[in-house]
Ligand binder design. Structure first.
Ligand code: ZN
Ligand code: ZN
Length: 286
């Protein structure tokens, strides 16, 4: 009996140690932190907090991606019809946020959704205070079963908890999109057209909905989900992601660090050059 007691005590100590350790170490470099006044200093050491890729320079008024100068619309958004009113993200996709997002998504570091969601909650309050509810990009039943969780749902939950915004599961993903990553934006849009369906029209009828996801890359997923929500009766859709991928040309002009971002930028550059080869009439989103 006393052996069991000792064992239990040992387990409890290990758990307690793990929790207090997580509480006091930087989520990027692991150094000990003592907490500060800002959200960044709560989760990161001073050095890492200062170097987070905050998306607080000039942005496109529609997609929220970084722009070089104060312009109304970025090249990507010019001439496109979009189902969402606007998209915003607290970060642009660069180290260390890119890795933190990948870890949330693929490495089962689910608690990072709360860390990243804290920054998105701030963006929510600054931009989408007129929203009626907050929702997330769904996974298909198969994807969800394979992974055990939906990172977008966890991010959404974190924002909802911090802002008090009502969280609703509004969309279902009814088909698989395995080859999505290899497609350009127009093909992605075509591919996604019948993938998302609204669960309950009465829930979103006439409502302003905030859609959350991890990263805004080409914007095709956000567009497809927003289109489904608008078609289902929503009045307005906003998109809130943790980060947005900067246009490669803009990134170069801004001297953006391209360590972990290099591959996604390269991919995006390929997509954009593919799109540029198309006739302008093909560029319409709908
Ligand atoms: Zn650090
Ligand atoms: Zn834009």
């Amino acid at each position: 009996m006393s052996n069991l007691k000792e064992k239990l005590l040992g387990v409890w100590k290990a758990v307690k140690h793990e929790f207090t350790r997580l509480d006091r170490t930087c989520n990027n470099c692991g150094r000990e932190i003592f907490g500060g006044d800002t959200v960044a200093e709560k989760y990161f050491c001073k050095d890492c907090a200062e170097n987070l890729p905050f998306n607080n320079g000039f942005v496109c008024s529609h997609c929220g991606r970084r722009t070089v100068a104060p312009t109304e619309l970025c090249d990507d958004c010019t001439g496109f019809e979009s189902s969402f009113a606007r998209a915003r993200s607290p970060f642009y996709y660069a180290p260390p946020v890119d890795k933190l997002i990948r870890d949330t998504k693929f490495e089962n570091r689910r608690y990072l959704a709360e860390v990243l969601g804290s920054f998105a909650a701030d963006t929510f309050e600054k931009n989408f205070s007129d929203a009626d509810m907050i929702t997330f990009v769904p996974m298909s039943a198969k994807e969800r079963k394979a992974k055990g969780y939906n990172h977008a749902e966890l991010i959404c939950r974190s924002i909802s908890k911090l802002t008090g915004a009502r969280q609703e599961e509004t969309i279902v993903k009814v088909a698989e999109t395995d080859r999505q990553a290899r497609l350009g934006r127009n093909d992605r849009l075509k591919n996604l057209k019948s993938v998302f369906k609204v669960r309950n029209k009465a829930l979103i009828e006439g409502k302003t909905v905030v859609l959350t996801d991890d990263v805004l890359t080409t914007g095709a997923t956000a567009e497809a989900c927003s289109a489904a929500l608008i078609k289902g009766g929503a009045k307005r859709v906003y998109v809130l992601t943790i980060a947005s991928v900067t246009d490669p040309k803009v990134a170069r002009a801004l001297g953006q660090e391209t360590g972990g971002i290099k591959n996604s930028l390269k991919k995006r550059a390929r997509k954009l050059s593919k799109n540029a080869e198309r006739k302008p009439s093909d560029k319409k989103r709908k």
